[in-house]
Design a protein around this ligand. Sequence first.
Ligand SMILES: Cc1ncc(COP(=O)(O)O)c(C=O)c1O
Length: 432
Amino acid sequence: MTNTYEINENGQMEIGGVNVLSLKEKYGTPLYVFNQNKIEEIASVFSNTLKSEYGEGLISYASKAFSCKEIYRIMDNLGLGTDTVSIGELYTAVSVGFNTEKVIFHGNNKSIEELSFAVKTGVKYIVLDSVYEAQLLNDIARETGKVQGVLIRVNPGVEAHTHNYIQTAKPDSKFGFLISNGDAKEAIKSVLALKNLNLLGLHCHIGSQIFEENSFLLATDIMLDFYKKIKDEFDYSFSVLNLGGGFGIKYIDSDPTFTLFDYQLFIKKIINEVKLKVKNNGLEKPFLIFEPGRSIVGKAGLTLYSAGYTKEIKGIKNYLAVNGGMSDNPRFALYGAKYTVLAAERLLDKKDTKYTIAGKCCESGDIIAENVMLPKAKYGETIAVLSTGAYNYSMASNYNRNLIPPVVFIKNGKDRLVVKGQTLDDLIRNDL
Ligand SMILES: Cc1ncc(COP(=O)(O)O)c(C=O)c1O
């Protein structure tokens, strides 16, 4: 398995063979850096495992994790699909000629403009999350002279996060039609009556950062029991099953280490359950879709900052401020996400000082990580925050009118800019 970074003989970090100091000199900080070899490696493992263990199916990269032209080019070249949740993501994918036969369009409140764009660009799967949306989409498809392929998002009543999962009788998610209270069945009935929609199957997504397979196996059972029920009651067979994404990655030492083999095994176990259930329930083998996001790009990416001022509050804590913050990584502020932080030029130095890594935004909650052990910080040195490839750049904002940093990819020892950093002029471009 490709490492995101290596340590050279001087104790400095090298990402895919490129020294952090040269990256810093060339592109400045903050900087998002991705090891493309690592992205391609894991994407291929998902895709090859599905092909070899199951056959007909699609790994659809959930681009909400990280979206820009280059990632769509890479996924398209690898033969993966992509999962989009807004006209913005879809437009970006289409702008590089992504094969829309492999595009899924999600969202719980898609606008008419978004639905029309998806139909017009030939998106194969639009995932419905409301009966009203189904009617709107049917009208759009009819006016366009098309029959649009759709999935319905259902809620199997399984929620999973990290090691825990719960099965609740009445989960209150804003996403999906509940199976247990009959909403999903009603939605299916409504969609089947719409002549310009072709109901291909159902979709569920049970959570994120999941490390154990039982929640997936349970959701698989519930989904395929429901497929049987629909077949028996409506004499209708679904040809597609989409089980969503949510595979976990290691952020900190206490998270499980997942090797490529572990991901392979994880997918295999779900596939075996699908096969077993399909057989036991007398169903046709569906085209199987997974939508991993975080697990494809998360560990391949890291953020480089420059160390700023430190503040020691005697007997309480030491702050080390970096030249970014919640404007490039809001995940601690949003839900207390944890990260591994390293002094990237001094990886072999003794870590003798405990820091809270603070950003530069005007919010007390603008923290990147707490209780991080580092060598005593030096002003201007490079601070690396690991595993920021997912839900960082895609969640970045101009809060405090901070600039969104550039994105650099490294492949086979060569770095290249894939997203330019914003400029001050970019900030005022739309202001009147
Ligand atoms: C419908 C759907 N599919 C896929 C994903 C990707 O999840 P992850 O990045 O955890 O794999 C999400 C994440 O929220 C989602 O909502």
